[in-house]
Design a protein around this ligand. Structure first.
Ligand SMILES: Nc1nc2c(ncn2[C@@H]2O[C@H](COP(=O)(O)OP(=O)(O)OP(=O)(O)O)[C@@H](O)[C@H]2O)c(=O)[nH]1
Length: 612
């Protein structure tokens, strides 16, 4: 091994991430960089190359981060190696941002020239600062007529304390300024400095299960080197493996002979089981281990829980296996078995937020071919029991009956909403309606205000974000963090179908709102539960007291009655459609309940009730 050569190579590495507020153009800029450096040929370059999961493309959001090795010949004539690590932009995924930043020396801070600094810009910049990264401000979308790069620079300097006077001005759309940005990266982001001769010390920042190669680990080598044939040890578990392959993603896997301190790449070592590695663990050499592991990652607790059940009860084991595989790619997903009298055997799953929950459900259905019923999301409550113990309730059905506990506490968040002045009124009105307590209001500049409220997490996870967008014409941005638990006056509302309590439909609400919520829920269920050949009686109850009711009338004839004499093709199609619809139905007692009904609690907004 020629150390001099490797040291010289190391000096030419630049590891960086792109951080931004959602939609400010991270992925677009990444694409332009890939294109300009010929990392991907034009034929290969699909829009937003880094977002390779179908779901990401569909939704236009970056969910899992990816790293790409880019070769760049700078104006000084030398060849540089960039490792660009993409990060997700949604609040639900900030834990992944933090993970990817730990693998970098620098970050491009992308700010939309027409929007300026927004909530997630602040949050992500703080994560970058926490990781001691060199931050390069980049003003994007300068092609827009509404762009005001000087204003954006001023905001970065004032609000983040980062000198942005020399910030790159680019357009991810037209490619303007990207060439200069590449030079900026070479000049301003420091090269990694890890000791090449020290024992191996590498951080696992992501892992992926591959049917052929087993677990593929994304690693950042901090010290030493690693190559195929080396014996490695995972420090957390003490387990040893022989490295079978190392390489980089470019963005497709490219094998390499060796990875050295400063490299960001992948490693395989016949790691078979889902539970053998954890993102955040340190890898070292088995024979000559490093003294101390790297700091690792904070385990981010789930914020939202929901029951997940196979539509077909016989698929329980398949679902278990799918969840286990899935969890390898998604350290934030938690699950444990649970049973529901209504739905049978399933799992209680913990998610980072509603978007995360949707993403997990959709991917399990698409990639693992599962048909799932999910129950309404809930936060976890703490019940202070009469005997002095604390019971954690992540399933509303488990809330003990009144009298058995002293009080129930719910998680609270500090919510920061950044809005233009004109919308302060509607934002405050909304926060108040969601049981928020006003904390303070900071005027950021002439135009914008940061409004801070303490609010129950349960109010945020439902439709707060959508309501916020619609009451501010999309101008507001939201950031929140859990601050603790508070006792509030909560009650459990049970839903009965034909006099039978359906545990999967129970939910928890504030007592002041319980009557309204129960009414909304029963009328929503009336709309969602299809007619059956008998009457379905829907009731909302607190304990034994019925507080709302609705009835689904029986149907008279089968759906094809209108066209009995008509086209047989159409009749067949209609029956097929009906059958497909059934896939997502669950028989609860005798009543067929569709998936939507279990999510009805999410759709009980005021408009629906007012329209009654
Ligand atoms: N006019 C203009 N539009 C841009 C520019 N850069 C990005 N966009 C558009 O802005 C939108 C968001 O861009 P993305 O690159 O997906 O944003 P992102 O920050 O990666 O978003 P997430 O991955 O969801 O966090 C897309 O519709 C882009 O086409 C630009 O320089 N000019």
């Amino acid at each position: 091994m020629d150390i001099k050569k490797l040291q010289d190579y190391q000096k030419h590495i630049r590891n960086f991430s792109i951080v931004a507020h959602i939609d400010h153009g991270k992925s677009t800029i990444a694409d332009r960089i890939l294109e300009l450096t010929d990392t991907v040929s034009e034929r290969q370059l699909k829009n937003q190359m880094l977002d390779d999961m179908p779901l990401e493309r569909e939704r236009g959001i970056t969910i899992k981060m990816n790293s790409v090795e880019i070769k760049y010949q700078a104006q000084d004539g030398a060849d540089y190696i960039f490792h660009l690590i993409d990060t997700p932009g949604h609040v639900d995924f900030s834990y992944e941002v933090s993970r990817s930043l730990a693998a970098c020396e620098g970050a491009l801070l992308v700010v939309d020239a027409s929007q300026g600094v927004q909530a997630q810009t602040l949050a992500n910049t703080y994560l970058a600062i926490d990781n001691d990264l060199e931050i390069l401000p980049v003003i994007n979308k300068i092609d827009l007529p509404s762009a005001d790069p000087d204003q954006a620079k001023e905001e970065i300097t004032e609000m983040l304390g980062i000198d942005a006077s020399n910030a790159a001005e680019v357009s991810g759309k037209t490619g303007q300024g990207i060439a200069e940005l590449l030079e900026d990266i070479v000049q301003n982001i420091p090269a990694p400095t890890g000791d090449l001769t020290a024992p191996l010390k590498a951080l696992i920042f992501d892992s992926k299960y591959d049917d052929y190669r087993g677990v593929v680990l994304s690693v950042r080598i901090e010290e030493g080197t690693v190559k195929p044939g080396d014996q490695i040890k995972i420090m957390n578990t003490g387990k040893e493996y022989e490295v079978t392959e190392v390489g980089v993603s470019s963005p497709h896997p490219v094998k390499k002979d060796i990875l050295i301190a400063g490299d960001v790449g992948y490693l395989t070592a016949n790691i078979k089981s889902v539970r053998e590695t954890r993102v955040g663990d340190t890898i070292t050499a088995a024979e000559n281990p490093t003294a101390e592991p790297l700091p690792g990652y904070r385990q981010i607790p789930p914020m939202v829980y929901s029951g997940m059940y196979p539509v077909d009860n016989a698929k329980y084991d398949d679902l278990k296996e799918a969840l286990q595989k899935f969890q390898l790619n998604d350290a934030a997903l938690e699950f444990e078995p649970e049973t529901s009298t209504a739905l049978g055997f399933g799992f209680r799953c913990g998610f980072l937020g509603l978007l995360h929950m949707d993403v997990v459900q959709e991917r399990l259905e698409q990639e693992y071919d599962m048909d799932l019923i999910m129950t309404a999301p809930s936060v976890d409550y703490h019940a202070m029991m009469n005997d002095g113990s604390t019971k954690v309730i992540d399933n509303p059905a488990d809330l003990p009956t009144a009298g058995e506990y002293q009080e129930v506490q719910e998680p609270y968040v500090k919510a920061e909403v950044m809005v233009p002045n004109d919308f302060v009124g509607p934002v405050m009105e909304l926060c108040q309606r969601k049981r928020g307590d006003f904390v303070t209001m900071d005027y950021l500049d002439k135009y914008r205000v940061n409004v801070i409220y303490n609010m129950p997490l349960a109010e945020i996870i439902y439709d707060f974000f959508d309501d916020l967008k619609s009451s501010t014409k999309g101008y507001a941005s939201l950031d929140y963090e859990i601050t603790g638990y508070r006792a509030t006056d909560l009650v459990k509302i049970d839903i009965l179908l034909n006099k039978q309590v359906i545990d999967a439909l129970s939910f928890i609400a504030h007592r002041d709102e319980s009557q309204k919520r129960a009414r909304q829920m029963t009328s929503m269920l009336k709309k969602l539960i299809p007619r059956q050949n008998f009457e379905v009686d829907i009731q909302g109850a607190i304990g034994a007291k019925i507080i709302s009711r609705a009835t689904v009338k029986p149907y008279r004839k089968d759906v094809t009655w209108k066209i009995h004499t008509g086209d047989p093709d159409r009749r067949a199609k209609l029956l097929e459609k009906q059958k497909r619809g059934k896939k997502r139905m669950k028989s609860v007692g005798r009543v067929e309940v569709p998936q939507d009904a279990f999510m009805a609690v999410l759709r009980m907004n005021d408009d629906d009730l007012n329209s009654k």
